[in-house]
Write a protein that binds this ligand. Sequence first.
Ligand SMILES: [Zn+2]
Ligand SMILES: [Zn+2]
Length: 229
Amino acid sequence: MKLVFTGIGAAYYPQLGSNCAFFVHNNHLFLIDCGESTFGKMAARKEIYDYERITILLTHLHMDHIGSLGSFLSFCKNILKKKVRVIAEEDTIVHILSMCGIPSESYEFTTNFQECEKDGLFITPYRAVHVTDMLCCGFTLSDGTNTIFFSGDTSVLSHEILEQFLSGKIQIMYHECSFLEQDSPSHTSLEKLKQWIPEQARNRVYCMHFGGDYKEAVKACGFQIPNVV
Ligand SMILES: [Zn+2]
Ligand SMILES: [Zn+2]
C-alpha cells in the first residue's frame, strides 16, 4: 500500500502544495486530508471521476489540511453526484462546513474509522502532539498484509509506533518534517527524526510536510521523499 501525494508542503510553505496523500483500496479512493491546494490537484486528475466511492480521512482542522474540503465535497455532490464519506475523530468539521454552506446531508460523516474494515482496510488513529486548541491524529493503515504509519502534524513519535516500525510490523512510515533543526512543541525537525530513526531504517521513512525546500538535506540523511503528482 503506497501513498501518492498531491503536495508535501507545510502551512507556511505552499510552494510545495498542501500536504495531502491518496491511495486506492478495493476500488475505493481514500484521501488523507484536503488542504488548500488539494481540490485543485484532484480535480485535474482522473481518480475522483473514476471511483464511485471516496473517503477522506482527516488528521486535524488547520487550513493546510481542510482548506479545500468544502469545495471538494460540494463538487462531488453537485457535479459528480457522489456522496463522499468524511472520517474525523470528532465532529467539529461538520459545524465548520455547515457555516460554509455545506450541509451535513451533502456528505456522509462518521467518527468511526473502523467503518473502513468493511472494505478490508484497518485504520487505527494515534494521538499526535501538535497544538493545544484542537485534536490532531496520525493513523496506522493496514490492508491485512502491509501496514503503514502516517504521522499527521506532530512533535512526538510514540514509542509504540517506533517499536512497531523497528520490528517491521509497520513497514513504511510517512512522518512530518516541518523544520530542519528548530525545536518546536508543534512540529518535528529533521534533527529530531535523525535522533529517533537509526540510519539503517531510514530508507523506510518518507518525510513530508516541509516548511522549506529541505528535500536534498532529507535525502542526504538517508530518508525518502514521497512522489508528488
Ligand atoms: Zn499542517
Ligand atoms: Zn497543523
